[in-house]
Design a protein around this ligand. Sequence first.
Ligand code: PHE
Ligand code: ZN
Ligand code: ZN
Ligand code: ZN
Length: 282
Amino acid sequence: APDIPVEKVQGHLSELQKIAEANGGHRAHGSEGYKASIDYIKKELDAAGFTTKVEEFDGQGAKGYNLVADWKGGDEAKTVMAGAHLDSVEEGPGINDNGSGSATLLQTALAVSEGKYEPGKHLRFAWWGGEELGLLGSSAYVKGLSDDEKSKISGYLNFDMTGSPNPGYFVYDSAKEPEGSKAIQDSLTASLKEGKVEAEPQDINGRSDHAAFSEAGIANGGIFSGAEETKSQEQADKWGGKAGEAFDPCYHSTCDTTENIDEKALNTNADAIAKSVWELSK
Ligand code: PHE
Ligand code: ZN
Ligand code: ZN
Ligand code: ZN
C-alpha cells in the first residue's frame, strides 16, 4: 500500500473549510455547503477515472445525497466498500467531523488511481449524507440493496473522525457483529501498529454509518480518533496529548475548523486506512 501524503489530505480539508465559509459556516444536510462538498469530491474522483454516482434520498423534508464511486475491475461478488459521512452539523464546518474521514477516503481512492491498483476484489467508495440527522444516507443506501447485492459486499470500512486534536486511536469492536468483522478490525489494528500506534477496541455500536451494514449482516469495522469523551491518564501515557480533556473539544462546534486537526493522527490513520483497504481487497 502507498504512503498517503498527509499534505494532500490537508489540502482537501482546506477546500471543505472554504466551502463552509462560503455557505454560512457549515456543510450540513440540505444546505448549499453540503452540495458543494459533494461536487468537490466528485470532481476529484471523476478526474481520477472513477465511475461516480450521486444517489438521492429523502432526508426529513430535504433532499439528501450520497456519492458512490466504483473502481473498475476486481471481483464484484467480493466487493470491498469504504465510506465516510460528508455532512457536518449546522454548528460548524465539520472539519474533524467528518472532513477528516472524507478527505482521507478521497486521498485513498486517488492513490488507487495513481498506483493503477488492480485489486482482486472490487472496490467501492462512498460519501454519505445526513449522518448527523440519524445515519440517513447510509441507511437509505443499504435499504436500497437487494439481498443479492448485499451478499456481494464482503466488507464495509467506516471512517468518522480520524484527526482529533487530542487524539485517541480506536478500532470499532462490538459484542454483536456480523461474521468477518473481526478480520477487518484486526487488519485495522495491525495497520495502526505498523504506524507505531497501539489501538484500543471500542464499542461504538450505532454511532456511525457502519450500523446499517451491520444490521444487514455485512462484516464491518472502522477507525475513530475520539469525540466528546475524556482522555484518561493511561491513554495520554500511551498516545500523548492531554489527560482529563476531550479527544475533540470542538466536537459539533464552530471551532471544528482546519485548526482542529492533529496532523500526526491524520497521517497515521490515513496510512493505516490505505494499508487495510489494500490488504482487504487484494
Ligand atoms: N457519529 C458521530 C458523529 O458524527 C461521531 C462518532 C463516530 C462517535 C464514531 C462515536 C464513534 O457525531
Ligand atoms: Zn502518510
Ligand atoms: Zn457528528
Ligand atoms: Zn461524524
